[in-house]
Write a protein of this length. Structure first.
Length: 153
C-alpha cells in the first residue's frame, strides 16, 4: 500500500468507521437531531453543530492547501455562526461535512506520492504532517462529540 493510500485509509477510518479507537465521526453523528446538535450541555464547550462546522471548514482548507493555496480560517470562520437551528439546516451541515470530506479524499487520492514531502504553503510543515493531522483532528472532535452526547443524555 502506498503512503497516499495509507493516509486515505486513515482518514476514512477516522471519518466513516472501522477506527481502532471506537466510533468514527460519522458514526457518532448518526441519529443526532438539530436540538441535540445545537445544545450546550457543557456551557463552556462548543456545540456538536459548531464542531461540525469547524471540521467542515478545516477539511476545505486542507483540500485547498493540497491545491497550493496559502489558506487558513479566520476566527469567525473557525466555528461558524449557526443562523438557523432547524432540522433541515442541521442535515445540510452534516451533508456539507460529508461532501467536503469526499472532496478531500478525492484530492488526496490523486496526489503524487512525492508531494507528501512538499511544504504546506505558508506553514513550517509538510503535506504528510498536515494529512495525518486531519485524521487526528476528526478523532479528537469525534471524542468531544461523544462526550457532548453523553452530557446531553
Amino acid at each position: 500500500m502506498s503512503q497516499v493510500d495509507q493516509i486515505v485509509h486513515e482518514l476514512k477510518c477516522a471519518f466513516d468507521g472501522e477506527a481502532w479507537h471506537g466510533p468514527a465521526l460519522m458514526e457518532l453523528l448518526d441519529g443526532v437531531d438539530a436540538k441535540t446538535a445545537a445544545a450546550r450541555p457543557i456551557a463552556t464547550a462548543h456545540s456538536i453543530w459548531e464542531l461540525v462546522v469547524h471540521l467542515t471548514g478545516w477539511e476545505r482548507v486542507i483540500t485547498r492547501r493540497l491545491q497550493g493555496e496559502n489558506l487558513t480560517l479566520s476566527d469567525d470562520e473557525n466555528f461558524g455562526h449557526i443562523i438557523s437551528s432547524g432540522e433541515a439546516a442541521w442535515r445540510q451541515a452534516v451533508e456539507n461535512l460529508r461532501s467536503t470530506h469526499a472532496n478531500l479524499i478525492q484530492a488526496l487520492s490523486s496526489l503524487p506520492e512525492e508531494k507528501l514531502n512538499a511544504p504546506v504553503p505558508g506553514k513550517p510543515y509538510d503535506i504528510r504532517f498536515m494529512l495525518h493531522g486531519a485524521s487526528q483532528h476528526a478523532a479528537y472532535h469525534g471524542g468531544q462529540i461523544a462526550l457532548l452526547k453523553r452530557a446531553r443524555a
